[in-house]
Design a protein around this ligand. Structure first.
Ligand SMILES: Cc1ncc(COP(=O)(O)O)c(C=O)c1O
Length: 453
């Protein structure tokens, strides 16, 4: 399991810090760009480094500093930066055929056949897009076209993208006032912060209360025209929140009983990220609609909307053609990425890394009172920083400080207020994973000291 691969480096050589961070060139370039670029994420605002290159799990900035990558961009480059097979596949089409609208190409034919194979033959129709949010929009349109209904139910703290339909599925910051009518939100299981105030132990036992809230919502709030229930199998932005094992099967059952489609947004969780090829495989649940993104093209903007065989005729009604969706470079990137996952056994590797991370993070939690929770599956991981283990009050200042301290020691990762998110590439070597976790623990210890714990 710890066999070295094309991207392996000697653990003693990384991180490599040669300037105070962010370095002088980073500061200059970012200041110049930020004069015009507005709306940066907290990942950048809290640590405005300027990257120059990446290979495998090592990122290099413009000042020559090298970082261990626990971010994969933002859950994107799961197979590492610049995997030779993927880069060559994109380059081949960058040199032969860049775009031909939605005409069939040989590479598109091969990709959709492969997609049919890896989804176990369970999906009968695919459409290709260029971002997660456009694939989600297509899923919504497909649900409406297939059912003739127009309402949607989605979940607290799920995230689905930043166009109008996907924004309407979520409550995320300032965009939330843009939610369109006909979109309803329901609580979903988060055993660490159970919506019904139960203990964590009780909350893990079953999800019946959440299913019952959904039933009541359908009966009392909607007009009875719910086209689909849309869910992230495991919450990504929300902080790697894994539901109890009964939730997805019971959600499937509820949808069947009510004649509602189940739409799994796997944009973030697909392609081995959670230790299975698709996160719904953890519970053997097949959705009617599924969206894929991020790791699907390992960095090349290519996404997919997949529908069950029954719904395939319905998506004939919604046109899939777009300027970039399914262009030859995109198809080449996606096909090569799937092949790499298979050839390098990266789904198994992700599951193995998840066990290694969770064990080490649990040990960390025992030593550090501000770590309230550690959780995740595969390479989809998070820890919550709290002021007090009893009250679980979020400790945003400490979360931000831990993020910054670890970054300045050479670990690139992802903050989200008091939640620290880890999205390492699936190709990470064990010794490098442990080194990155040592850096996080140092940052936690220093932050605790700073705040007098
Ligand atoms: C579950 C999920 N769906 C959709 C999206 C939107 O994807 P994109 O940023 O490619 O539009 C994201 C992005 O983070 C996501 O996590």
């Amino acid at each position: 399991m710890s066999a070295k691969n094309w991207a392996s480096v000697d653990v003693n050589t990384i991180p490599k810090i040669v300037t105070p961070l962010p370095g002088p060139k980073s500061q200059e370039y970012h200041t110049r760009a930020a004069k015009y670029m507005k709306g940066y994420s907290s990942q950048v605002r809290l640590f405005p480094v300027v990257f120059e290159s990446g290979k495998g799990y090592v990122l290099k900035d413009v000042d020559g500093n090298e970082y261990i990558d626990f971010s994969s961009g933002i859950y994107v480059t799961g197979l590492g930066h610049c995997h030779p097979k993927i880069s060559e596949a994109v380059a081949q089409y960058a040199n032969t055929l860049m775009n031909c609208h939605d005409f069939t190409t040989e590479i598109k034919m091969k990709l959709v056949e492969k997609l049919h194979e890896i989804t176990g033959g369970k999906f009968g129709g695919f459409q290709l897009y260029d971002s997660g949010t456009t694939a989600v929009e297509a899923g919504l349109r497909c649900a409406r076209a297939a059912t003739g209904k127009f309402e949607f139910i989605s979940f607290w703290r799920d995230f689905h993208g930043k166009t109008l339909g996907s924004v309407s599925l979520a409550v995320v910051g300032a965009d939330s006032h843009m939610r369109a009518p006909g979109f309803f939100l329901a609580p979903r299981p988060n055993p660490y912060r159970d919506a019904f105030g139960r203990s964590e132990e009780e909350a893990w036992k079953n999800s019946d209360l959440y299913i019952s809230v959904l039933e009541k919502k359908i009966e009392n709030e909607t007009s009875g025209n719910v086209a689909a229930i849309v869910a992230e199998p495991i919450q990504g932005w929300g902080g790697s929140v894994v539901p109890p094992d009964d939730f997805m099967p019971k959600l499937r059952d509820l949808c069947n009983r009510k004649g509602i489609l189940l739409f799994a947004d796997e944009v973030l969780t697909c392609m081995g990220r959670s230790g299975k090829m698709f996160a719904m495989d953890h519970w053997n649940v097949t959705p009617d609609i599924m969206t894929l993104g991020k790791g699907f093209g390992n960095g090349f903007p290519v996404t997919a909307m997949c529908v069950s065989a029954d719904l395939a005729p319905a998506i004939e009604k919604i046109s899939a053609s777009s300027s970039y969706g399914g262009n030859p470079m995109a198809c080449a990137a996606a096909l090569a990425s799937i092949e790499v996952i298979e050839e390098e056994n990266l789904v198994e590797r992700s599951a193995h890394l998840g066990e290694l991370f969770l064990k080490r993070m649990a040990e960390m939690k025992q030593r550090h009172p501000i770590i309230g929770d550690t959780r995740g599956k595969g390479c989809l991981l998070a820890m919550e920083i709290v002021k007090d283990r009893e009250t679980k009050e979020p400790f945003v200042e400490a979360g931000q400080m831990i993020y910054q301290k670890a970054f300045s020691k050479g670990l690139a990762w992802v903050p989200s207020g008091h939640i620290l998110r880890l999205s390492p590439p699936l190709i990470l070597d064990d010794d490098v994973a442990l080194k990155g976790l040592d850096i996080i623990e140092e940052a936690v210890a220093e932050t605790e000291k700073h705040f007098g714990y």
